[in-house]
Ligand binder design. Structure first.
Ligand code: PMP
Ligand code: GLN
Length: 455
C-alpha cells in the first residue's frame, strides 16, 4: 500500500491559512465577482433532482423516474462478473477513447443489419457515458451561437438546457392531441404534429431537429409518414437530425420502430443515439452510443476526447457481450430484444386497466416504458391555486407522493417554460416494474378512489 510521506494536505492548508492570518480571511470575504458562467442562467432547476428526492423521502411506490425495478438479464450480469474477475486484468484499465473495440465492432455489426448499410466500427460508432453524454456531445459539437434547434414537445427535459449551453436557441413545435370521438381511450398515436406548423419552424437559422421516437414521455412511435415529413424538411432546409432512439426495442402491439436514418437523404445528416441502460434494463451502467456518418461523428469525438475521454471499460466489455448474444439470437424468441417488449406490454396493459378502473384515463403508449394519465377526476382533492407559477400537475404530483405515497412525474416537466401550462392535467407513470410494485400502485389508487366516493 502506498502512503504519502510528510504533512497531510489538510495540515498544509491549516498552516498556510493561519500564517496568512487576517488578511486572507478579509480577502475571501470581499470576493464579489459572479462565479456562475452565463451559460447556466435559468437552467439550474432540474425535475429529476427535485422528484427523485421527493420519491426517496415520501414514496411507498415509485413509478416516477424511469428505471426498471426488476433485475437486468442474467446473461448481462454474468458477462459483467466474467469481465470483472476473468483473466483479462487489462479490462480494469483505459480502453480506446471512442469506444472499447469489442463494443464498437458489435454495435457496427448490429446497426449494419438494422440500417442495411456498411459501417466502420472505428468511424461510424462512438461509445458514450449513457445517452445523456451522447446528446451533450451532439449539441456541443454541432450547434453554434445563434443556431436554432427544433424540439418537438413534449420532450425529454435535458434537450432544452443542452441546446442553450451550446449557445443555440430552442424552437418548439407541439404534438397536439386529437382525442378519439368514439369514447375509446386515447393513444399516443393521437398526438400529432401539424405539418404546416412544423414546416413553419424551419428557416435558414435552423441547424438541427431533435427527434425522439419512441418518445419519452408520451410513448409515441412516429409513423413512416410522420418521419417522412420530418426527413423531407431536413433535406429541403439542409438540417441535421439528432435522433434519440433509446427506447428503440420497447415497441408494442406489433408496431415497428422506423429509423429516420434509413429514409432517403437522411443518413448523411443523422446521428442515432442509443442506451444500454434502456436496451438491457441497466440504467446505472451508463453506457450509451452514437451511430452516424464520420463527417458528423468526427466532431463529436473532439468533444468526447476533451471531456470524459471514455466510459468504464468493464461495463463496455459486458455490454459488448450482451450485444454479441443478441446478434446471434436476432429475431428469435429467446432474444432479450424480443422478450423484453413482450413482458413490458403485459405490464403496460395491466397498468392501463387499473388506471382506467379508477377513472385516471391513460393514454395508451405505443412504445417506451412510460404512460401518461389524465388526473382530472382526482382534481377535487388538490385544489388549484390561481396565478401560481407552478403548473397544476406539478403540485398534484407533489401532493400525491406526500399524501398517498405514490410517485409520478408531472407532464409539464416535459414542456418548455413558455408552454409548461399548456397541458397540466396529466402525470407520467413508469411501468418497468415488478408485478408487486404495479399491484401496490393499483391498491393505492383504488383505496383513494373508494375514499373519494364514500366521502
Ligand atoms: N434520452 C431519453 C429519451 C431518455 O428518456 C433518457 C433517460 N434515461 C436518456 C436519453 C438518457 O439515457 P442514459 O440513461 O443512457 O444516459
Ligand atoms: N430518462 C429517465 C426518465 O425520463 C430518467 C432521467 C433522469 O433521471 N435524469 O424518467
Amino acid at each position: 500500500m502506498l502512503r504519502r510521506a510528510g504533512p497531510s494536505l489538510r495540515h498544509f492548508l491549516l498552516e498556510r491559512n493561519s500564517s496568512a492570518g487576517h488578511s486572507l480571511c478579509s480577502r475571501e470575504a470581499k470576493m464579489s465577482r459572479p462565479v456562475q458562467a452565463r451559460r447556466l442562467e435559468g437552467i439550474d432547476k432540474n425535475i429529476w433532482v427535485e422528484f427523485v428526492k421527493l420519491a426517496a423521502t415520501y414514496s411507498k411506490v415509485n413509478l416516477g423516474q424511469g428505471f426498471p425495478d426488476f433485475p437486468a438479464p442474467d446473461f448481462l450480469r454474468e458477462a459483467l462478473t466474467r469481465a470483472l474477475s476473468g483473466g483479462n486484468h487489462m479490462l480494469h484499465q483505459y480502453t480506446r477513447a471512442f469506444g472499447h473495440p469489442p463494443l464498437v465492432k458489435v454495435l457496427a455489426q448490429f446497426f449494419e443489419k438494422l440500417l442495411g448499410r456498411d459501417l466502420d466500427p472505428m468511424t461510424n460508432v462512438m461509445v458514450t457515458v449513457g445517452a445523456y453524454q451522447a446528446l451533450f456531445c451532439c449539441f456541443q459539437a454541432l450547434v453554434d451561437e445563434g443556431d436554432e434547434v427544433i424540439i418537438i414537445e413534449p420532450f425529454f427535459d435535458c434537450y432544452e438546457p443542452m441546446v442553450k449551453m451550446a449557445g443555440g436557441t430552442p424552437v418548439f413545435v407541439p404534438l397536439r392531441p386529437n382525442p378519439p370521438k368514439d369514447g375509446k381511450l386515447m393513444s399516443s398515436a393521437d398526438w400529432q404534429l401539424d405539418p404546416a406548423e412544423l414546416a413553419s419552424k424551419f428557416s435558414e437559422r435552423t441547424k438541427a431537429i431533435v427527434l425522439n421516437s419512441p418518445n419519452n414521455p408520451l410513448g409515441k412511435v412516429f409513423s413512416r409518414g410522420e418521419l417522412g415529413l420530418i426527413a423531407e424538411l431536413c433535406v429541403k432546409h439542409d438540417v441535421l437530425c439528432i435522433s434519440d432512439e433509446v427506447y428503440e426495442w420497447l415497441v408494442y402491439d406489433g408496431k415497428q420502430h422506423i429509423r429516420i436514418a434509413s429514409l432517403q437523404g437522411m443518413w448523411e445528416r443523422t446521428v442515432i443515439i442509443g442506451s444500454a441502460g434502456k436496451t438491457f434494463s441497466a440504467t446505472g451502467w451508463k453506457v450509451g452510443w452514437v451511430v452516424g456518418p464520420d463527417r458528423l461523428l468526427q466532431h463529436l469525438r473532439t468533444v468526447h476526447q476533451n471531456s470524459v475521454y471514455h466510459c468504464a471499460t468493464i461495463a463496455q466489455e459486458a455490454v459488448a457481450q450482451g450485444f454479441q448474444r443478441e446478434l446471434m439470437l436476432y429475431g428469435k424468441p429467446e432474444s432479450y430484444f424480443v422478450q423484453l417488449p413482450k413482458e413490458l406490454q403485459q405490464k403496460r396493459d395491466w397498468l392501463i386497466q387499473s388506471l382506467d378502473g379508477v377513472g385516471m384515463k391513460p393514454i395508451i403508449p405505443e412504445g417506451t416504458y412510460f404512460l401518461v394519465a389524465d388526473i382530472s377526476p382526482f382534481k377535487s382533492d388538490v385544489p388549484d391555486v390561481p396565478n401560481s407559477d407552478e403548473p397544476y400537475d406539478s403540485r398534484f404530483a407533489k401532493w400525491m407522493v406526500k399524501n398517498k405515497g405514490l410517485a409520478a412525474i408531472p407532464l409539464s416537466a416535459f414542456y418548455s417554460e413558455a408552454h409548461k401550462n399548456n397541458y397540466t392535467n396529466f402525470i407520467r407513470f413508469c411501468f418497468a416494474k415488478e408485478e408487486a410494485t404495479l399491484k401496490a400502485a393499483s391498491d393505492i389508487l383504488q383505496k383513494w378512489k373508494q375514499e373519494k366516493t364514500s366521502s
